[in-house]
Design a protein around this ligand. Structure first.
Ligand code: MSP
Length: 520
């Protein structure tokens, strides 16, 4: 596979089709989408893939419990994910379902190649199987609870003793190479998550069971040449990235976004599969922590799972996106709090951003809703005010500052910096009181000019976070341009006094910024 010119592949995990999406699933997806949109904002070609993980015993059991054919069941759940992501403005280019025939081909071909190369062998396997995690758990990572129930120390989920014939894959032959690759290239971000992986490398990694007897798990991809065995759901699921990479002709992926509970699968097993196939390893694995409720893990048994649709009914999809990225600090667990959702929406999007916009484009103050050019002398005079100077300096600094944050998925820091500029601009308008400047129209225009510049910069930088609102902000903050027409041109002041235009294209699939030098 060939990496097309600067094309980037960004992936979300694929979601178990065993129940409707919750806020944690949406978070993984929104993080990946914000990063993908940020790439496009920089003018880079980027492909975002997401989808659903539809095979395995967990889903087979759920379909049976609800007396449905598994295919009908997964169709229903998968469409819920897709609809949610569309509503939340997730700009995915592809939505993979592991039941897609093209994926089945990738999985069986990869299996056959690994088998031919001697990486897979059939063995008797016994151990503790965890259905919710779809994984065998080594004895030393289990514990007895209440004297009779064996659970996984890591996830707390119950285990069942299983003895069966299956195909296994020796991971430990790649262990050193993978550990070195992870460390030398600082693949896992934020780096603090490497700690949990390092400990796994301290002893030989046990063989991985790559199949289950069809008599136990029939809902999955059959092992080539051996219909008595079904391919292990994690092998099937991880190869979704390969199916997508092949389809879009990009490999390796630039970023796999994953939650901390599935880091091991992406940072150890997946690279081992790739090495066994002579394929390049991913450039970055971005890991995030979890959302909790009342500081407790979300779970069906505690009945505290947050439904994104309920949250969206309060602030709309963009308000929810904003909240997840504004409050979510990827390295740490974050507590979902409806009051904060409302607070950020009201205080920052409605009051700080919305209020500044309506002040500067209000019927009385700026009936034409345009940003008039101002002359250099007036600008220089305005900059005698410390607040005006602070705003201008911040306008100049902000793009680089925000870029540095977004590059590391620290969206919360970037948003804070953007809001700081908007808050300072609101204070500036409040102090200047342009609505009392009837007799001093040039000063009034200057106040509006500086304020709309803050809005323009904020509008652009917020595009990855709130993609629809940004269009409204920019359209409102922009004059109609004689050539480009309907509000797609904004003026940008550089180095004070030099005025140039930046064209923001809303029409193409990628929101390119095309700088033009066009002095007024
Ligand atoms: N199907 C596997 C992933 C296969 S990827 C090749 C899976 N699915 S999942 O539906 O259980 O989880 C998908 C993602 O949602 C994971 O990144 C997981 O960390 C994330 N979240 C699940 N609960 C979460 C929270 N409470 N908070 C944040 N993210 C959480 O695992």
């Amino acid at each position: 596979m060939n990496a097309g010119i600067s094309a980037r592949l960004i992936t979300t995990p694929i979601y178990y089709a065993n129940g409707p999406p919750h806020i944690g699933h949406l978070y993984s997806t929104v993080l990946a989408d914000a990063f993908h949109r940020y790439q496009r904002l920089l003018g880079r070609k980027s492909i975002l893939t997401t989808g659903t993980d539809e095979h395995g015993s967990k889903i087979q059991k759920k379909a049976m419990d609800t007396q449905q054919d598994p295919r009908v069941y997964v169709n229903h759940i998968s469409s819920q994910y897709r609809a949610l992501f569309e509503e939340c403005q997730i700009d995915f280019q592809d939505f993979i379902r592991t039941t897609d025939s093209s994926h089945l081909e990738t999985v069986q071909q990869t299996w056959s190649k690994m088998s031919e190369n001697g990486f897979i062998s059939k063995k008797q396997h016994s151990g503790w199987y965890c259905l919710p995690d779809e994984a065998f758990v080594p004895e030393d990572q289990t514990e007895l609870v209440n004297g009779n129930m064996r659970t996984s120390k890591e996830s707390g989920h119950p285990l069942e003793w299983t003895e069966e014939d299956n195909y296994t894959f020796s991971v430990c032959q790649f262990q050193e190479t993978i550990h070195k690759w992870l460390k030398d290239n600082r693949i896992v971000k934020p780096h603090l998550f490497m700690g949990s992986l390092d400990s796994l490398f301290s002893s030989p990694i046990p063989d991985l069971s790559l199949s289950r007897p069809t008599s136990r798990v029939s809902w999955g991809i059959p092992v080539p040449q051996d219909p008595t065995q079904t391919i292990y759901v994690w092998f099937d699921a991880l190869l979704n990235y390969l199916t997508m990479g092949q389809k879009h002709n990009i490999w390796p992926a630039d970023v796999h976004v994953v939650g901390k509970d599935i880091l091991k699968f992406h940072a150890i097993y997946f690279p081992a599969f790739l090495l066994a196939n002579d394929l390049a390893l991913p450039k970055r694995i971005f890991c995030h922590s979890h959302w909790t409720v009342d500081h407790k893990k979300m779970s069906k048994s505690l009945n505290n799972v947050v439904d994104p649709r309920q949250a969206m009914s309060i602030t709309g999809p963009e308000g929810l996106r904003y909240y997840l990225l504004r409050q979510g600090v990827p390295g740490y667990d974050n507590n979902f709090d409806e009051d904060k959702l409302v607070h950020y929406f009201n205080q920052e999007l409605a009051d700080t951003l919305g209020n500044l916009l309506s002040r500067c484009t209000g019927a009385k103050l700026n009936p034409e809703q345009i940003r008039k050019p101002v002359n250099q002398e007036l600008l220089d005079l305005a900059l005698l005010s410390p607040l005006a100077r602070k705003i201008v300096e911040s306008q100049e600094r902000l793009p680089n500052q925000v870029t540095e944050c977004f590059e590391e998925f620290n969206f919360y820091q970037g948003i804070t910096a953007i809001m700081d500029l908007l808050r300072a601009t609101n204070t500036f308008v409040h102090e200047e009181q342009p609505w009392k400047m009837k007799d001093n129209p040039s000063r009034r225009d200057l106040v509006i000019h500086l304020s709309l510049e803050s809005l323009r910069i904020a509008g652009i930088l917020l595009q990855p976070i709130i993609p629809v609102t940004r269009i409204r902000v920019l359209v409102s903050a922009i004059p109609r341009h004689p050539v480009f027409g309907s509000g797609v041109v904004v003026s940008q002041r550089k180095n004070l006094g030099t005025i140039s235009y930046t064209i923001v294209s809303f029409f193409g699939p990628n929101h390119l910024l095309i700088p033009q030098t066009c002095l007024t």
